[in-house]
Ligand binder design. Structure first.
Ligand code: ARG
Length: 461
């Protein structure tokens, strides 16, 4: 007789190739802990409800704990013939305990069991991700404090646009990661729903207490519809989507770090310990970490697409297709966690070249908007001011000069409104200091943003 719990109606054994093809054990074995903790709670509930005896529950709980330590000490054998982690654990329990273990699967099915395991796993992972994002935010705020009043060129279209504070630029990423964290936190509300007891799809005839199982496992809600509970994976898709958006932010930060560490920009130096060399070009020091993070963003997007496509048009309730939810999920978790971890290590190892960043504000007509504002504040409608300054820029470009290199007389040719106070108006510091609008780059605004962030991170005490 074969070892499979479902072999009763079969006259022939399963073909080896089918076992290999249908098995997910080498992927889902990472759910062992959640599976065992879930089974223990289920077992306790069955006993409380008088569905099994207390002593039977005690025996099974001890047996399950032993399997957990067997797995953790590496003396547990995995094989394709037992399909998945749920069957492995049940079969090991039966092997260890005999008859009594066969009661564990009363009033449940692997369909609700796997949904429970993934939800338990994702609750844990979401909290880890949220914590890592908080770490990263702390590092960003710390850098913003260190470089609080340092100026740099701000870009649009990757062309010098207006000067900003480096701290303002860094705090932009603080905001992005803050929203990412909120997305994971919000997703947790929908992950934190206990599906066990939905059984195969229709619920069960046993007098179970699903709320007790939920309480034991620390779930705040119990799922309301058994068919939905075993057949939806939207909570996974939400996680993959939050992860994709987070990686999109990471890829933007990465792109900037790559550009900034080039000789063309020279804005930052990533320490030797966090860069790598070239096997052919001895002078090279490459920003491989941000490059890989930028690259890994692609596979995280791919995993989201895989999960969405997997679930598209699936009829209710459980379908075996859904076993394919785990490879993309685990790959995204591993990738995101690895990217967070390496960035938390690398970011404090970046040195900003303050001089180089500041000097980028001295050229590229970065003060052109402010000359237009100057004219507008002296009565010229902004559109006219814009065109006056456009002509001044063309004039200066012709002479290979910046606006502030033109003489007062030259500037006056473009508008009689220009007076000798214009030069003070056009300094980088002046430009930044005037951007006092809420959320702007003026130093007091950024200081407020940093204080708000420190408060959010509970670092203000
Ligand atoms: N390994 C399966 C999965 O991940 C568990 C559920 C199996 N259910 C079934 N009826 N074959 O989806």
């Amino acid at each position: 007789m074969s070892e499979k719990p479902w072999d009763g109606r079969f006259q022939e054994g399963t073909d080896k190739a089918v076992e290999v093809f249908t098995s997910s054990i080498f992927v889902d074995k990472r759910l062992y802990k959640h599976d065992i903790i879930g089974s223990i709670a289920h077992c306790r509930m069955l006993a409380k409800q008088g569905i099994i005896r207390e002593d039977e529950a005690d025996t099974m709980v001890r047996g399950l704990e032993k399997i957990k330590s067997d797995i953790e000490s590496g003396c547990f054998e995995y094989k394709d013939s037992l399909e998945d982690i749920h069957m492995h654990i049940e079969s090991a329990l039966t092997h260890d305990l005999g008859e009594v273990a066969k009661k564990l699967h009363t009033a449940r099915s692997r369909n609700d069991q796997v949904a429970l395991d993934i939800r338990m796993y994702l609750k844990e992972v979401s909290l880890d991700v949220i914590q890592a994002l908080t770490e990263l935010q702390k590092i960003l705020v710390g850098l913003a404090q260190t470089y609080q009043d340092r100026v740099m060129a701000g870009y649009t279209h990757l062309q010098r646009a207006q000067p900003v504070l480096l701290s303002h630029h860094l705090m932009a990423y603080y905001e992005m990661f803050k929203r990412d964290k909120e997305r994971f936190e919000d997703g947790l509300k929908r992950i934190d729903v206990m599906p066990l007891g939905s059984a195969a799809l229709a619920g069960t005839t046993y007098p179970i207490d699903r709320h007790d199982t939920a309480r034991q496992l620390g779930f705040s809600k119990v799922s309301a519809n058994s068919m939905d509970s075993v057949s939806d994976r939207d909570f996974i898709i939400e996680f993959l989507s939050a992860a994709s958006i987070c990686m999109m932010h990471f890829s933007r930060l990465s792109e900037e770090l790559i550009l900034w560490s080039s000789s063309e920009f020279g804005f930052i130096v990533i320490s030797d310990a966090f860069t790598t060399g070239s096997s052919i070009m001895p002078q090279k020091k490459n920003p491989d970490i941000p490059e890989l993070v930028r690259g890994k963003t692609g596979r995280v997007y791919g995993n989201l697409m895989a999960a969405l496509t997997l679930m598209k048009s699936l009829p209710m309730a459980y379908n075996r297709d859904m076993q394919e939810d785990k490879p993309p999920l685990f790959d995204t978790v591993d990738t995101l966690v690895a990217c967070l971890d390496i960035y938390i290590r690398m970011m404090p190892n970046i040195t900003f070249n303050e001089k180089k960043m500041a000097s980028a504000t001295e050229t590229g007509f970065i003060n052109a908007t402010d000359l237009a504002d100057y004219l507008a504040s002296r009565g010229l409608p902004f559109r006219d001011a814009h065109s006056v300054v456009g002509r001044a820029v063309a004039f200066a470009l012709d002479r290979k000069k910046e606006l502030h290199d033109l003489s007062l007389d030259e500037l006056k040719e473009f508008s009689p409104l220009i007076k000798d106070d214009v030069f003070a108006y056009l300094t980088t510091q002046g430009i930044i200091d005037r951007r006092m609008s809420y959320g702007g780059t003026a130093s007091p605004c950024v200081r407020d943003a940093i204080s708000a962030a420190l408060k959010e991170l509970n670092l203000d005490g």
